[in-house]
Design a protein around this ligand. Structure first.
Ligand code: ATP
Length: 334
């Protein structure tokens, strides 16, 4: 461990509920071993916070996130949707990133999967504009704006460029949704002209759902609208073996938040059983977002070694190690 660290960052830490606290502590334990100076500012959010303070997301927590270089978020229980949706809106987090990557000795269905789903987070079907019933039933509006779609598509190409990916795939349903998704596809090829070194393709969402099973290794970066991204992300999670290993990021104009996809897991909370790897992989996404690629690679290699060795694994991965034992092993491997 080095005594004088190079770069320094202010990190908002929101452990939240249940195993969120345990996987967060495990992750900070490893981050502290890296050659980077992190100042952690703790914020409250989630079910316990609601019980204690009357709100699941206090204004102070939002301020802490706003004032930080990045936020690490553990998990929130019943209040999860409200808390995360509010943070996304307040911080204008327009991009949701869900990596789909196969790790060894997990329940991954294939070995060679490593792609990123870049999902638009602010519009599309999920504006949930369906206030009133009609005489016939109910109607929801789907909004696609040039500005938001250009921003997410450009983000996907930038991501590809910065992460040595050679292809971006646009996913839509422009044969049926001719105006909204027609526009999405048109903007995709407009933006693509600015990245001549990156290959492009576009598929219908239904075909993509199948290709993710039949040829998942062919994808590198997928960019898509809100609803399709939500569904394909969970299909991706299923492909690589479930919850304990899946990180995510929300990136915006005013901040970035990194969190595991799993929830607070009340059934195993407080028992030193939780797998901290999804939270750790979220922290690794944060390191890459901060430009700390070398530290990210070191941290990820330490996790990979634990999975390859398969001696010290938590229960969800078929082992009997505790959160603390797995964390200690990852620290040893750094
Ligand atoms: P919440 O209400 O917070 O969403 P949940 O239990 O409904 O909680 P998850 O927390 O996502 O949903 O957990 C679903 C299942 O997966 C639970 O049985 C849980 O124990 C297991 N699980 C989730 N995350 C982990 C993890 N990191 N390590 C081990 N098991 C996990």
């Amino acid at each position: 461990m080095s005594t004088s660290k190079t770069n320094s960052y202010k990190i908002a830490v929101v452990p939240g509920d249940g195993i969120g606290k345990e996987v967060m502590q495990a992750t900070l334990d490893v981050l502290n071993e890296l050659d980077i100076d992190f100042e952690y500012i703790y914020g409250d959010a989630g079910d316990e916070c609601l019980e204690k303070t009357g709100t699941a997301l206090p204004k102070e927590t939002l301020d802490i996130i706003r004032d930080s270089d990045a936020c690490l978020f553990g998990a929130a229980g019943e209040t999860a949707a409200d808390v995360i949706v509010k943070i996304r809106q307040e911080m204008k987090m327009f991009a949701n990133l869900r990596p789909v990557k196969a790790y060894p000795n997990t329940n991954s269905l294939f070995e060679n999967i490593d792609f990123m789903i870049v999902r638009e987070n602010t519009e599309g079907m999920y504006i949930a504009d369906e206030e009133s019933y009609t005489d016939e039933g109910a109607v929801a509006r789907r909004i696609i704006t040039r500005e938001a779609e250009r921003r997410i598509i450009d983000y996907a190409f930038q991501y590809a460029k910065n992460n040595n990916k050679s292809k971006v795939t646009a996913v839509h349903k422009a044969n049926v949704l001719k105006k909204t998704d027609g526009l999405f596809r048109e903007i995709f090829y407009e933006v693509a002209k600015e990245y001549p070194e990156i290959a492009t393709e576009d598929f219908y969402v239904d075909a993509t759902a199948m290709y993710l099973i039949t040829q998942p290794e062919s994808f590198e970066v997928i960019v898509t609208t809100n609803l399709f991204g939500d569904i394909l992300s969970d299909e991706g999670a299923g492909l690589v073996g479930g919850l304990g290993l899946i990180p995510s990021a929300n990136i915006g104009e005013d901040g970035a938040l990194f969190e595991p996809v799993h929830g607070s897991a009340p059934d195993i909370a407080g028992q030193n059983k939780a797998n901290p790897i999804a939270m750790m992989l979220s922290a690794i996404m944060m390191l890459r977002y901060l430009g700390e690629n070398q530290a990210a690679n070191i941290f990820e290699a330490a996790i990979l070694k634990v999975l390859n060795d398969a001696n010290i694994l938590t229960g969800d991965l078929g082992g009997s190690a505790t959160t603390a034992e797995l964390t200690a092993e990852i620290k040893n491997n750094l």
